[in-house]
Ligand binder design. Structure first.
Ligand code: GSY
Length: 153
């Protein structure tokens, strides 16, 4: 299955955190450019570094979610303030063209089309997804949070 994960960090060495996390994903196909991004979610905090990665995976959506949690744990992530600073946040964005609606996992990620820090790197990797039915909520005119491409990870 072709799947996309979103990764973000705004604590510690943000680039090193993302490099290490990406290096441990063996199903990796592609990595977006690195973006420095304005925090979204209402909590005052430092700017994030965000990327999106593409995977070719045989994992189920639930197994992919477990991978996200493993990557977060490996970077010492402690789940404390909702929407607050974090060494690493990893989200399942897309799982092929499938939808998942489980208590602990919704795919496509429910807020992704509102957020430039997800949509801009995702469309760098997969421009053909612009206008796909799964991403119908995306409008570049109204998506929130400024993003700056700072080059390759
Ligand atoms: O949802 C992921 C964590 N997060 C982020 C993020 O990764 N980037 C930006 N720019 N803002 C964010 N707010 C939250 S919460």
């Amino acid at each position: 299955m072709r799947a996309f994960l979103g990764l973000g960090s705004n604590l510690g060495d943000r680039r090193a955190t993302l490099v290490e996390a990406v290096g441990s994903i063996y199903e990796l196909v592609a990595v977006s450019p690195l973006y420095e991004t304005e925090p979204v979610g209402g909590v005052e905090q430092d700017a994030f570094y965000n990327i999106v990665v593409e995977l070719q995976t045989t994992r189920s959506p639930a197994e992919l979610l477990e991978l996200c949690h493993e990557l977060e744990r490996a970077q010492g992530r402690v789940r404390d303030v909702r929407w607050g600073p974090r060494t690493l946040d990893v989200d399942v964005l897309l799982y092929g063209d499938q939808t998942v609606d489980e208590p602990n996992l919704t795919v496509p990620h429910p807020r992704m089309t509102e957020r430039n820090f997800v949509m801009v790197p995702l469309l760098d990797l997969a421009p053909e997804l612009a206008g796909a039915p799964l991403l119908a909520g995306y409008d570049p005119e109204t998506a929130i949070g400024s993003v700056t491409n700072i080059g390759p990870l």
